[in-house]
Design a protein around this ligand. Structure first.
Ligand code: FAD
Length: 287
């Protein structure tokens, strides 16, 4: 189908982008277009103005910012996968980005676009939640920071207010942590039926701290708190698989064409155990 008519703007500064979005309550930002353009074509979205962010300087790339990495919202999934700073300090993000769709989507789709779109089955929201990232938001009233735990508000809905742009994501450097992302999908390159982002810190061989972010287990990405707490002191893969099984109780999974709620719960328990054991280096990762 052909999209409904809209005005197209391509501002060259963040201030101008915010002003353009704030000037029209039916305006939408455009990043990689991998979610917005299909919505336009199916007329599931019909903004009167599309504000293309691609001309705005400074929204792209990964920078070392002391105890965190600052990743520009327009950084593509492909760039996240390839970035050496991401690999060194928060490899979980690259592991999740690597599972997104296919190379064509990964070359166009952006980190900021994925987070702002907030599809509950998306891989990157679960990863930024587990990593404890913060969103740098720019809006008509200035800049503000929103923790990932408060950013995802509901199905396809975030804490972004009208006129606000997600400018960057601040991801803490989790030095000494191990990571793993497990995804179960019906076909290669498809969306997650369930996705599990795991981060584990060990001390003297045993698990001191663990985090588990889940995709497709609720209208928003969720942490599996009970599973995380049960990981404390785990000294082997069996302990972590038992702790991970508690992830089945997290969230409120949907039943849809990809699987029922009970099936998702079963998957979450199995995949979380596996992801935790692999993040801790207690189970080999198959190539
Ligand atoms: P756009 O499509 O440009 O925008 C999406 C939404 O976010 C729009 O509402 C837009 O207004 C808003 N937005 C974008 N950037 C900003 C910003 N900086 N500030 C404020 N609002 C903003 N994702 C997965 O996680 N896993 C998958 O397996 C997966 N499979 C896919 C398969 C296909 C065939 C396709 C087409 C997409 C798939 N995706 C998947 C989605 C992909 O990750 C998209 O890149 C992502 O959802 C949107 O990013 P984008 O940069 O293309 O954003």
């Amino acid at each position: 189908m052909i999209p409904a008519p809209f005005a197209y703007l391509r501002p060259d500064s963040l201030g101008a982008a915010v002003a353009a979005l704030a000037a029209d309550e039916d305006a939408k930002a455009l990043a990689g277009g991998q979610s917005l353009v299909p919505l336009l074509r199916f007329r599931l979205a019909a903004p009167t103005t599309v504000v293309d962010l691609s001309g705005v300087d400074g929204l792209r790339g990964v920078a070392d910012d002391g105890d965190a990495l600052r990743i520009g919202a327009l950084t593509t999934h492909h760039e996240v996968v390839r970035d050496p700073l991401v690999a060194e300090h928060c490899a979980l993000l690259a592991m999740a980005a690597r599972t997104v769709a296919d190379p064509a989507v990964r070359h166009r789709g952006t980190l900021g676009g994925s987070l702002a779109h907030a599809d509950p089955a998306a891989d990157l929201p679960a990863a930024v939640l587990a990593l404890g990232a913060e969103m740098e938001v720019e809006g008509p009233d200035g800049a503000r920071t929103v923790p990932a735990s408060a950013f995802f508000a509901d199905y396809l809905t975030t804490a972004l207010e009208p006129g606000e742009v997600l400018a960057a994501v601040r991801v803490p450097k989790l030095t000494g942590w191990g990571f793993h992302y497990e995804k179960f999908s019906r076909t290669a390159q498809a969306w997650a039926v369930v996705g599990v982002a795991a981060a584990v810190r060990r001390e003297d061989g045993a698990v001191a701290e663990a985090r588990v972010g889940l995709a497709s287990m609720a209208p928003v990405p969720v942490r599996a708190g009970e599973a995380e707490r049960a990981c404390g002191g785990a000294a082997g893969a069996e302990d972590l698989r038992a702790a991970g099984a508690l992830a089945r109780e997290a969230g409120s999974p949907p039943s849809d064409l990809n699987g029922g709620a009970d099936y998702r719960r079963h998957l979450a328990g199995v995949l979380a155990g596996r992801a935790l054991a692999r993040a801790a280096g207690m189970e080999a990762v198959q190539a």
